[in-house]
Design a protein around this ligand. Structure first.
Ligand SMILES: [Mg+2]
Length: 257
């Protein structure tokens, strides 16, 4: 069973208590990398724990379909990770979203600008082996997890690109990655959109994530008096904390059916 940090309650009091077991009448939002699966050298290199698919499927059944994956990955990439499951999902940090009925919506923006940015970055990245540039369709990710010493360079490259691209675009930093995406959507917006629709509507939301982009999700569920759960160390707006991916899976395994 996972333990959590002190939870600060309204009025400044705090308590330490275990995260309650997952309930079938909650609405679940999960980040993927660093939350449900461990990091690998590249996004394509992750390996799923054999128990994960069945665990998520069981929760999906128990919660009447109120389970969504909220990831920086593109939805197509999410589906490839979970073959046979087509869960409600928000991809690319909320830029694209598939609702519970399977309808996909994408945030409109001038996509040719993203292609121009990609071309520019490709030239720069070619000079620095160790950087990995990923065009996710509606966003660009520059990973430096294979070469952490290139962090400063990666951030400078993306910052100068974003300055050039203007306010339609924003940067999202994460664990050894810096991304550029259209402004206006984030994981918190995705949670709020899901929560206005069945089968999520009216339930208590739970958001589980590990990275800076997940803070938007934590803030959204905090406002809805839900459960925000941070995986691993680091400053966070989440009210609960679990140690690692393994602890998340162990917690999910305790769902009361
Ligand atoms: Mg993550």
């Amino acid at each position: 069973m996972t333990r959590i940090r002190s939870r600060t309650r309204p009025g400044g009091r705090s308590r330490t208590t275990p995260l309650p077991a997952p309930r079938p009448d909650w609405a679940y939002f999960f980040d993927i990398d660093g939350t449900l699966v461990d990091f690998a050298d590249s996004p394509a290199g992750v390996r799923l724990d054999g128990d994960l698919g069945p665990l998520i499927e069981r929760l999906y059944g128990a919660a009447d379909g109120a389970v969504a994956l909220i990831s920086g990955r593109a939805i197509a990439d999410i589906d490839a990770l979970f073959p046979g499951l087509r869960l409600p999902a928000a991809g690319q940090h909320g830029i694209e979203r598939r609702d519970a009925a399977g309808r996909v919506s994408r945030h409109a923006f001038p996509s040719q600008l993203m292609d121009q940015a990609y071309a520019r970055l490709t030239a720069a990245v070619a000079r620095h082996p160790g950087l990995l540039l990923e065009h996710k369709g509606l966003s660009l990710a520059l990973h430096y997890r294979r070469a952490p010493r290139l962090a400063g360079l990666a951030h400078r490259l993306m910052h100068s690109l974003q300055t050039r691209m203007g306010s339609h675009f924003c940067l999202q930093t994460g664990k050894r990655v810096v991304e550029m995406k259209p402004a206006g959507k984030d994981k918190g917006v995705a949670v709020r959109e899901f929560m206005q629709e069945p089968p999520f509507q009216g339930r208590t939301p739970v958001f589980v994530g590990d990275d800076m982009t997940d803070e938007y999700g934590f803030a959204a569920v905090n406002r809805l008096d839900g459960y925000s759960v941070k995986v691993g160390p680091g400053r966070t707006a989440a009210n609960w904390r679990v140690a690692d991916v393994e602890a998340v899976l162990a917690w999910l395994d305790t769902v009361h059916l």
